[in-house]
Every structure is written in structure tokens, then in C-alpha cells.
Ligand binder design. Structure first.
Ligand SMILES: CC(C)(COP(=O)(O)OP(=O)(O)OC[C@H]1O[C@@H](n2cnc3c(N)ncnc32)[C@H](O)[C@@H]1OP(=O)(O)O)[C@@H](O)C(=O)NCCC(=O)NCCS
Length: 152
């Protein structure tokens, strides 16, 4: 899948994007995936990722596992200077659309309790809270909210 959005191009990512994914992770998370973790992820048949490129620069990406009719969103990251332009919503919608085509019925993810931007984005696309994992995250220690959505 490849879609042009203005000067941005959205496409499915592969192992050759692993170094760019790692760079983006480093800009967005306190515990980023290493480039080895990024590369190894593509060996799993259940793993998939979509990214948004501006020229040679990966500005945003989303990754997920898909097993039978269930999808777990793993990571969604947008470069700090590229936020509030609709990239996060575009990528999440793209992943959900791909999930529908794969026959996915249930989507779930974990998000930090105090991650206001991410929780607002997920809520706007129909995710609701179905659980909480106490002290799940490190750096800083924080609860995880488990969010789920139905695709039908
Ligand atoms: C969460 C994140 C992916 C959002 O990406 P984004 O491209 O800025 O989001 P969008 O521009 O598509 O915004 C979509 C909606 O999300 C919500 N949102 C995004 N940023 C927000 C903010 N700073 N405050 C409140 N709501 C926000 C809004 O509902 C927004 O809709 P609106 O613009 O119509 O108000 C981005 O902030 C990010 O990369 N954060 C760091 C990594 C992270 O926390 N990932 C999620 C892990 S679970």
C-alpha cells in the first residue's frame, strides 16, 4: 500500500526501514526499540508497520501484531516537530483499515495513563478503556491503560 498525502508518502514498511524506525523511536520514547529489535520485528509474520515519509525522512510510523482476528497496536510515533498535523490519525486509520482487510475484529493497545495526546487520539477513533496495569511502565513509572476497539 502506498498513498501520497501532500508532500508526504504513506507506505508499508520493511526491514530496510529499521534504522529510520529506530531513529524515530529515539526521538519519541524514553525506552526506544533498538535498531536490532526493529529489524528482528520484521521477521515475525504477525508484525506489520506503516510509515509516513517526507522525502528520505521517516516522520511517523505505526506498528502492530495481527493474529487471526486480533490486532495489537505496538507503537505509534510522530517526530515532535511534525505533531498536530494529522499524521497520527492518518497512520492509525491506515492500520485499522489494513486490519479490516485482514479480517481483524478486535484491536487493543496499552498507553501510559498520563499520555493525554495519545489517549485523545485513540478515543477519537473509537477506543475505550477495558483495563489497567498497575506500574506497568518504567522511566517514569506509570500505570498502563488497556484500550480496545471493535472493527466491524
Ligand atoms: C500521540 C501522537 C502519536 C499523536 O500524533 P499527532 O500526529 O500529533 O496527532 P494528530 O495530529 O493526528 O491528532 C489527532 C488527534 O489526537 C489528539 N491530540 C493530538 N495531540 C494532542 C495534544 N497535544 N493534546 C491533546 N490532544 C491531542 C487530538 O484529539 C487530535 O485531534 P484534533 O487535531 O482534531 O484535535 C504523538 O503525540 C506522539 O508521537 N507522541 C509521542 C509517542 C507516543 O506517545 N505514542 C503513543 C504511544 S501509545
Amino acid at each position: 500500500m502506498g498513498v501520497e498525502e501532500g508532500s508526504y508518502a504513506c507506505r508499508r514498511l520493511g526491514v530496510s526501514d529499521a534504522a529510520s524506525m529506530h531513529g524515530l523511536e529515539t526521538s519519541c520514547f524514553s525506552l526506544p526499540w533498538t535498531s536490532e529489535q526493529c529489524a528482528l520485528a520484521f521477521r515475525r509474520p504477525s508484525f506489520a508497520a506503516f510509515g509516513l515519509y517526507s522525502g528520505e525522512m521517516l516522520v511517523a510510523y505505526i506498528s502492530f501484531y495481527h493474529v487471526v482476528d486480533e490486532m495489537e497496536i505496538l507503537n505509534l510515533a510522530v517526530l515532535p516537530e511534525e505533531r498536530r498535523k494529522g499524521h497520527g490519525r492518518l497512520l492509525l486509520s491506515t492500520a485499522l483499515q489494513a486490519g479490516r482487510k485482514m479480517g481483524i475484529r478486535k484491536v487493543w493497545l496499552e498507553v501510559r495513563e498520563h499520555n493525554v495526546p495519545a489517549r485523545a487520539l485513540y478515543a477519537s477513533l473509537g477506543f475505550t478503556q477495558s483495563g489497567r496495569r498497575k506500574n506497568y511502565y518504567r522511566d517514569p513509572c506509570e500505570d498502563a491503560f488497556i484500550l480496545t476497539a471493535s472493527l466491524s
